[in-house]
Design a protein around this ligand. Structure first.
Ligand code: F6P
Length: 320
């Protein structure tokens, strides 16, 4: 192992820069060369590659986004795209690649691995939808961003005695809604993994109002209802509470990473380099019970993500 490439792919996540920094600095510490592959697999196919040195990753640990930029590449998922990528890897004499990204990025990593390229995956997505790891890089920052929004909205919700629906990201995973909802004391949390009843949400809202509760926060994970505006109207009609909807959107994807995400990213980035130096390939790095560990990317991809049912029930009990 003489030369390592690093790329970020898919949706960006706060902490990706800290992971890139860790890969670059750890590799240079061990006298390896490092190249940055720009714009994910798209940049790999196009040979959008540049040498990295210690200074290339200076002053980025606190920044959201990814200095290597990112993309979602359809071409890479074709046989012709994979062939182009392999040619570029050989031309640039890259011996191993660290891929930082989510599910789709890991599928790409597995394709490279099956083609004989040593690849290590680092989970970077705000969604926390990768079942093999307790946490992915960016999730902690995202839930804190949502929590900040909940606190602000709760102030105005109380002042007006309104119901406020806050739509959060997560694709098919309810973790952002659940963790931020529990931390923010939300009255109702709607996630894709659990069926919900609009009548129950309204009953909780009315019961709370009857005992003097002024605010009502409903956290809604994206994609659960077809039309969030119609959903808000329905809540207003059935509960009699004036209702407002806030869609947080991409605000959740940016911002300075939390200490947790920076530490996670630094540890995982450094471990990725160690694994490549140990001759390991096709591994996904994760964290389980506060321990950094690794599994085969194939196995990581086959794990089925489930909602934390206990946490979901607890959030309900505590927000009566
Ligand atoms: O996977 C991260 C994520 O932010 C999801 O939560 C969301 O559904 C999706 O990406 C949005 O993707 P895009 O930025 O391409 O619109």
């Amino acid at each position: 192992m003489k030369k390592i490439g690093v790329l970020t792919s898919g949706g960006d996540a706060p902490g990706m820069n800290a992971a890139i920094r860790a890969v670059v600095r750890k590799a240079i510490y061990h006298n390896l060369q490092v190249v940055g592959i720009k714009r994910g697999y798209e940049g790999l196919i196009q040979g959008n590659i540049e040498d990295m040195n210690l200074s290339s990753v200076a002053d980025i640990i606190h920044k959201g986004g990814t200095m290597l930029r990112t993309a979602r590449s359809d071409e890479f998922m074709t046989d012709a795209g994979l062939e182009k990528a392999i040619n570029v890897i050989s031309v640039f004499k890259i011996d191993g690649i660290v891929v930082i990204g989510g599910d789709g990025s890991f599928k790409g990593a597995q394709r490279l691995n099956e083609a004989g390229i040593p690849v290590i995956g680092i989970p970077g997505t705000i969604d926390n939808d990768m079942a093999y790891t307790d946490y992915s890089i960016g999730f902690n920052t995202a839930i804190n961003t949502v929590l900040y929004a909940i606190s602000n909205i709760r102030d105005t919700s109380t002042s007006h005695g309104r119901a406020n629906i806050i739509e959060v990201m997560g694709r098919d995973c309810g973790d952002i809604a659940l963790y931020a909802g529990l931390a923010g004391g939300a009255e109702s949390i709607i996630v894709p993994e659990v069926d919900f009843s609009i009548d129950e949400i309204c009953r909780r809202l009315i019961q709370g109002r009857n005992r003097g509760k002024l605010h009502s926060i409903i956290i809604l994970a994206e994609g659960v209802v077809e039309n969030s505006y119609e959903f808000a109207k329905e809540i207003e009609k059935k509960s009699g509470a004036e209702t407002r909807l806030t869609i947080l959107g991409h605000i959740q994807r940016g911002g300075s990473p939390t200490a947790f995400d920076r530490i996670l990213a630094s540890s995982m980035g450094a471990r990725a380099v160690e694994l490549l130096m140990e001759g390991k390939k096709g591994k996904a790095i994760g964290i389980r019970g506060n321990q950094i560990y690794d599994v085969d990317i194939k196995e990581a991809l086959s794990c089925q993500k489930k909602i934390n049912q206990d946490m979901y029930e607890l959030a309900k009990i505590l927000s009566i």
